[in-house]
Design a protein around this ligand. Structure first.
Ligand code: MF3
Ligand code: CO
Length: 271
């Protein structure tokens, strides 16, 4: 599409009351290529963790694997030093919703579920994705939460279409979570990404269909809903200022993909 007709289209949508991205949120083909490379490294880090994660290792061991693999391949772990975050990766176990900080005293145990959230800077370009891992045999409860979270994210991806809305993705995710008796965390969400770690827009996973920002080709953002067994409410660790726990100690799961809106659909950059 011509730049002038795109600007026109965005103006019209705005006049009709839709939220539209600023032009600087739409990535150029050159930027997309560079961000894609960052995302490929980020995926390789997660694949590497998948191979090594096991009962008995500490979350600090995961941190070291992430740091070493990333830096050996020319990248920088984006969380390290980000707003004072002290480690290279977030490791969130069981009732931790997100932003778990790796340490030497926390060991993975059979039956745990853990989210490993990896973010990478490569040549100044940012990528971000996370996966859930079941450590050995987990409870039926945990198994079901992992299965439904996977389904939620797949439905969210399927609902993402150029010229649709971010709320379409949220609605697909939230409806499926609720149909399974779960809740979706409201006040923490996804984000634009690529040139910065966290760009506009904020991505809600509880917004209604047809609301929030219009999906315009060139936009890049994360789909990373946090699905709770019980209440969506949370508390933040007072000591470290980061770790987010479920208020009722229920389990929480999260899967994160980074996507690009194209003319014809969306492309998952962190396969
Ligand atoms: N993927 C997480 C997010 O976007 C990573 C946070 S890193 C941290 O919120 F440094 F902020 F913890
Ligand atoms: Co993220």
């Amino acid at each position: 599409m011509q730049k002038s007709s795109l600007i026109n289209m965005l103006e019209n949508l705005k006049a009709q009351g839709h939220m539209v991205p600023d032009m600087n949120l739409l990535k150029t083909p050159e930027q997309i290529e560079s961000i894609r490379k960052s995302a490929i490294l980020n995926t390789a880090v997660l694949d590497y963790i998948s191979k090594h994660i096991c009962a008995g290792m500490s979350t600090q061991d995961i941190d070291k694997l992430v740091y070493d693999y990333t830096t050996t391949h020319g990248g920088i772990p984006a969380p390290l030093g980000y707003q004072g975050f002290p480690k290279s990766v977030c490791t969130s176990i069981n009732n931790v919703i997100c932003h778990g900080i790796p340490d030497e005293k926390t060991f993975l145990q059979e039956g745990d579920i853990i989210n490993v959230d990896v973010s990478t800077i490569l040549n100044g370009y940012y990528s971000d994705a996370s996966r859930m891992f079941a450590i050995g045999k987990v409870s039926d409860r945990a198994e079901k939460l992992l299965k439904v979270t996977k389904e939620c994210v797949a439905l969210g991806l399927a609902a993402a279409k150029p010229w649709g809305h971010l709320g379409d993705i949220a609605d697909a995710i939230n409806s499926h979570a609720r149909a399974n008796g779960y809740s979706v965390v409201e006040d923490i969400g996804g984000h634009g990404i690529g040139l910065e770690f966290h760009e506009e827009p904020f991505v809600s996973y509880v917004a209604p269909k047809g609301t929030e920002m219009v999906l315009v080709p060139g936009m890049m953002f994360t789909i990373e809903p946090m699905i709770n067994e019980g209440s969506p409410e949370f508390i933040i660790d007072e000591e470290n200022g980061w770790t987010v726990y479920t208020i009722d100690d229920g389990l929480s799961a999260q899967i994160e993909y980074m996507v690009l809106v194209t003319e014809t659909g969306i492309e998952v950059l962190t396969k």
